[in-house]
Ligand binder design. Structure first.
Ligand code: SAM
Length: 181
């Protein structure tokens, strides 16, 4: 027979093992693990995209919501982030709720199923092998005026309108308009 203390310890241990297991599965299957964009790069990218007050920014794979919060607080934009890892989505949701000035929201789900049809600006920081699968979606589902800003990895086969070096040349951001279909 277990004592109450042993039962509590067992439950806590079970929860820990489950959480660590989920994070390990996420790390194994994700095409783009969580690494946040430095704030200076986010600001440069959103300036490069010309993000204006009231416009809709979508971050595909929003991590902890840093892009959403800066878009909402500093650019006056509406911001929606998609994130499939529950632990990151929760942190992003909290950041959006506390610091997004009522203009930032997070959807827990797959970015490849995101509704991007109303986006003015789409922010992307994914690994190079996650991008080819995204291209047909961007081409089929965005409006002609949508700007796409990509950090670090260029979108394969697309010609950027501008490329900017940030933080003394350490990082690159790429601005695109979706090519005509
Ligand atoms: C490199 S991080 C970028 C985070 C954030 N955009 C930023 O710049 O700070 C990529 C994020 O995309 C998420 N991600 C990867 N594949 C995804 C998918 N299929 N659907 C939703 N999120 C995804 C990862 O969990 C990770 O948080």
């Amino acid at each position: 027979m277990l004592t109450a203390m042993e039962a509590v310890l067992l439950v806590v241990l079970g929860a820990l093992v489950t959480a660590v297991g989920a994070i390990m599965v996420y790390a194994a299957v994700t095409t783009a693990p969580f690494v946040r964009t430095p704030r200076a790069v986010i600001r440069a990218a959103l300036r490069l995209a010309g993000l204006a007050p009231g416009e809709l920014l979508i971050d595909l794979g929003c991590g902890h919501g840093h892009v959403l919060v800066i878009a909402a607080r500093e650019f006056g934009a509406r911001a929606v982030g998609y994130e499939f890892a529950p632990h990151h989505a929760f942190v992003a949701w909290l950041a959006a709720a506390l610091r997004g000035q009522g203009r930032a929201t997070v959807r827990w789900g797959d970015l490849y199923a995101a509704d991007i049809s109303h986006a003015d600006v789409i922010y992307i920081w994914l690994t190079p092998h996650a991008l080819p699968r995204l291209i047909p979606k961007l081409m089929a589902e965005t409006r002609p005026s949508t700007r796409v800003v990509a950090f670090s990895s260029p979108i394969p086969g697309w010609e950027p309108i501008r490329t900017e070096l940030v933080c003394g040349g350490r990082y690159r951001v790429f601005l695109y308009s979706v090519p005509t279909r």
